[in-house]
Design a binder for this molecule. Structure first.
Ligand SMILES: Nc1ncnc2c1ncn2[C@@H]1O[C@H](COP(=O)(O)OP(=O)(O)OP(=O)(O)O)[C@@H](O)[C@H]1O
Length: 663
């Protein structure tokens, strides 16, 4: 690197920052104007504001390390960065190429064996906006840039890896597979990083489709989601919902765990039948006949009459709540004959009169509400756990606080929602909202009409639109950002779903995810050897077969970017206990084996700088909560008191130093 070259590159990067500033200022000014603009119709303004805000935030995130590399080929020179910048005055010539664009790809994939026409690959090291230095690599896999990135101390949140994505990872990030893609690999092979960069790539390559439907990212616990939550926005993406399995049912947010036995019961596919039985249990027959008082006679609603009506309602092929009116009608039908018999008379109109009276009868209505009640998923399960479970033969489901939802209840609630159907509540609310929207639109039209009344010759808005049309347009543009709307709506279907630590999910969890992803565009990330949940996956084909049939692809990552070789060799014993045939991934970095000590204070190993964690069988950080995380220094307390899978996870969290402490 000569000083001449450095100043040329410095000038180039300063120029790119200048362009970025100008674009950002223009977008910000347009946004301010759109916010101030009182003339534009409200929905126009909302669309403009949303688009411009997204543009401003996209340009904002590019501040750190805007441009991180350059490649030279026979066709010219490409500067690679976090966003794309174009020369609007010169035919939109690219000034900076987005890392996801095809032209940037050789930056990641060119090797000495297969240079792909690349004659030079340059890595920039910037501090803030200033270029400090650069180096050119020999198109080797483990370049200086990668080692520098891996040596850097970790922060509380995961960073993007756009400047050092490796060829084996790049292939997965850009894989043009439309169905389910499984990415497996040992600890630290970058599965999470790769999955998130794949999302950023898909949002770039399939912007239109994905920004309409959004992306769901499911991770094992809130700590993990906080850890990875910063990565995507730093790649310039919004429209992403992060959730744990305990948050997939709107209105429930839980991290409470059942016992392993209950997790297995609730997580296995037999739970589908369990929920079916719980619903069928709410389609009841009266123990004693219910008296139905008519004007002249009292008709007994017997178990036999109710059974006939129940059969008819069940055969209607509707969901439980939607079938309630059928049950009501069937009861009325079945009561006509006994009522006529009791009245003891018969004239042409009598049967019709009796039917009418029965339809509006309060006793019949009360009987319907009791024998075939409208239920929400929560009421169904709460009643089951509160006591109905005994009669159904599942006494182990009983608990004192039936509404203290656990993570394993979530797929049961979702299953129940499918079987019960709506309660009509949502429809009533939607109708009410629409009525208010029409009222508002009428007000808007009134204002437009009086404002423009003087220009007789002009075609006025009121000539073209009516309040209903306007209300529809208005409702179509929901105020909430996509992530909020999607998270609140159980029936929202996402354009793409990412599942991290997927080995922990139960078959019932997969059913929930399948409903959120009808097109099965999914990235599934996991490592069977790290499975801790009893109901989790043991075999990808068994999990994904029912979900995606043969539309799933499998890729393996083999290089460990986190844990030094010395620590990995130590962790290999735990892996062998989990799966004697498994191979530990190859570490990029060498490093010391762990320090083994007895009876020391874990805090005494806290380093002056860098992140630190103490992982013990029962905390402070449990192996379960440590899943997917990493720290510069880790103390693992009493690994022998953990299961082999827990031990394997705990021992593979350190990026630099591992201490194994026995108490
Ligand atoms: N190409 C790369 N350049 C720089 N850092 C990388 C690269 N690939 C992975 N890393 C880093 O390696 C570490 C491990 O990555 P990640 O957490 O994605 O691994 P993982 O396979 O999901 O691990 P685990 O199975 O333990 O959850 C992270 O700090 C990540 O930033």
């Amino acid at each position: 690197m000569t000083t001449g070259e450095l100043s040329v590159e410095r000038a180039r990067i300063a120029f790119l920052h200048d362009r970025l500033d100008r674009e950002r200022a223009a977008a910000q000014a347009a946004l301010d104007a759109a916010l101030r603009d009182g003339h534009e119709p409200r929905w126009h303004r909302e669309v403009a504001v949303r688009t411009l805000s997204e543009q401003v935030s996209r340009l904002k995130v590019a501040d750190g390390g805007l441009c991180f590399g350059r490649i030279d080929t026979a066709d010219g020179r490409v500067y690679v960065g976090r966003v794309g910048l174009f020369d609007t005055e010169h035919d939109y010539e690219p000034l900076l190429t987005d890392w996801r664009a095809p032209a940037a790809r050789p930056f990641y994939t060119a090797t000495a064996a297969n240079p792909e026409g690349v004659t030079l690959r340059r890595h920039f090291h910037t501090r803030g906006r200033r270029l400090e230095s650069f180096h050119d690599d020999e198109l080797q896999l483990t370049s200086k840039a990668l080692l520098a990135a891996l040596e850097a101390p970790r922060s509380k949140t995961m960073r993007d890896i756009v400047s050092t994505i490796q060829a084996e990872q790049d292939e997965v990030i850009r894989l043009p597979h439309r169905g389910v893609l499984v990415i497996e690999g040992g600890p630290g092979t970058g599965k999470t990083a790769v999955a998130l960069h794949r999302v950023a790539y898909l949002l770039y390559a399939q912007r239109e489709r994905l920004s309409r439907h959004g992306v769901l990212v499911v991770g094992p616990n809130p700590g993990f989601l906080r850890y990875i939550g910063e990565v995507l926005p730093s790649l310039g993406e919004t429209d992403v919902v992060f959730a744990t399995p305990g948050e997939l049912f709107p209105g429930v947010r839980t991290d409470r765990e059942d016992t392993p036995e209950l997790q297995s019961l609730k997580g296995g596919l037999a739970a589908v039948d369990l929920v079916r039985e719980a619903v069928a249990d709410r389609q009841e027959l009266p123990v004693d006949p219910i008296p139905v008082e008519l004007e002249d006679v009292t008709v007994p609603l017997t178990a036999e009459i109710a059974a006939a009506a129940r059969d008819r309602a069940r055969q209607a092929g509707l969901r439980h709540n939607e079938a309630q009116p059928v049950f009501h009608r069937a009861l009325v039908d079945a009561l006509v004959a006994p009522a006529l018999e009791l009245i003891g008379e018969d004239w042409p109109e009598l049967a019709a009169d009796v039917r009418r009276e029965l339809s509006g009868n309060a006793d019949v209505r009360a009987a319907v509400a009791e024998l075939w009640p409208v239920l929400t998923p929560r009421t169904l399960l709460a009643d089951l756990y509160a006591g109905r479970c005994f009669a159904l033969g599942y006494p182990e489901l009983h608990r004192d606080d039936p509404r203290a939802w656990t993570v394993s209840d979530v797929p049961l609630l979702d299953e129940a929602a499918e079987l019960l159907g709506t309660t009509g509540e949502a429809e009533r609310r939607a109708e009410e909202e629409r009525r208010r929207a029409v009222e508002y639109a009428q007000g808007v039209l009134h204002v437009i009409d009086t404002d423009q009344a003087m220009y007789e010759e002009e075609l006025r808005a009121v000539d073209l639109v009516d309040a209903e049309w306007l209300a529809d347009r208005h409702t179509a543009v929901d105020h909430r950002v996509l992530a909020e709307r999607a998270a609140a709506d159980r029936e929202w279907t996402y354009g793409h779903v990412v599942v991290d630590e997927a080995q922990e999910l139960s078959p019932m969890d997969w059913r929930v995810l399948a409903r959120r992803s009808p097109n099965r565009s999914m990235t599934v990330v996991g490592d069977l050897a790290q499975r801790q949940a009893e109901a989790g996956a043991r075999d990808w084909a068994a999990v994904l077969g029912p979900l995606a049939r043969d539309r799933w692809a499998y890729r393996r990552l083999t290089v460990n970017y986190r844990t030094p070789a010395g620590i990995m060799a130590y962790a290999a014993a735990a892996l062998a206990e989990v799966d004697p045939t498994a191979v530990v991934p190859t570490s990029v970095r060498q490093g010391e084996p762990p320090l083994e000590v007895t009876g020391a204070d874990p805090e005494s190993f806290r380093p002056a700088t860098g992140t630190f964690a103490v992982i013990g069988p029962h905390g402070p950080l449990t192996p379960r909560a440590a899943k997917g995380l990493e720290f510069d220094t880790v103390v693992v307390v009493d690994p022998e008191r953990m299961t082999p899978a827990e031990r394997y996870v705990a021992l593979t969290r350190a990026t630099r130093r591992l201490v194994v402490l026995r108490t």
